[in-house]
Design a protein around this ligand. Sequence first.
Ligand code: DX5
Ligand code: ZN
Length: 215
Amino acid sequence: MVLVAPSMLAADFLRLEKEVELVNRCGDLFHLDIMDGTFVPNISFGFPVVHAIAGAAKKPMDAHLMIVNPGKYIERFAGEGISMLSFHLEAAREETGALLEKIRGFGMKAGLAINPDIPVERLFPYLDSLDYVLIMSVFAGFGGQKFMAESLDRIRTVKEEIRRRGLDVQIEVDGGIGRDNAAALSDAGADILVAGSSVFKAEDPCAAIEYIRVP
Ligand code: DX5
Ligand code: ZN
């Protein structure tokens, strides 16, 4: 069984309290997408919204930074009570190792995210010093995109390496996920599935979460 992390990017912000309660009741984690308009072409939301969600969240918060200079904000996210914090390998480059260590130093789980056009082998040197990898199954930047089926092989490759080295590293997958691909993703080795549109746009969001958790 996988954990389901509803992506708040797809929530109805006019009814944020109701949406947070929905995740408290039916989800496993809050997935918070932070976009800066520079690393990705889109801007999502920032600290005022994270703070509001944090005040009502009863499930752990998982923040996904799609920003340049992710190191600049690690302490602030820790201060908001974030449990899991990931940033993109493409944004951090040679700072990657130091940032993972800094995230852990603040008591958060450290995650490394990667876009679909970067070979997953680029994650391997960091597997000993992180808690989870975030494999993007769409290009980071927008909700509601189509799942890229090539992601399944990428998950298998990373899972195999984690097993071979006997590591305790989780695989989170993000983008275009719903009931049609959840079974294949968990078979391939995913531990956490992020879902935005398929949850918040569903007639029955709790049922949609359950279909992803137990496909
Ligand atoms: C994309 C974000 C995703 C997105 C997922 O850049 O990282 O978390 O919100 O949304 P859906 O599930 O609609 O693809
Ligand atoms: Zn995300």
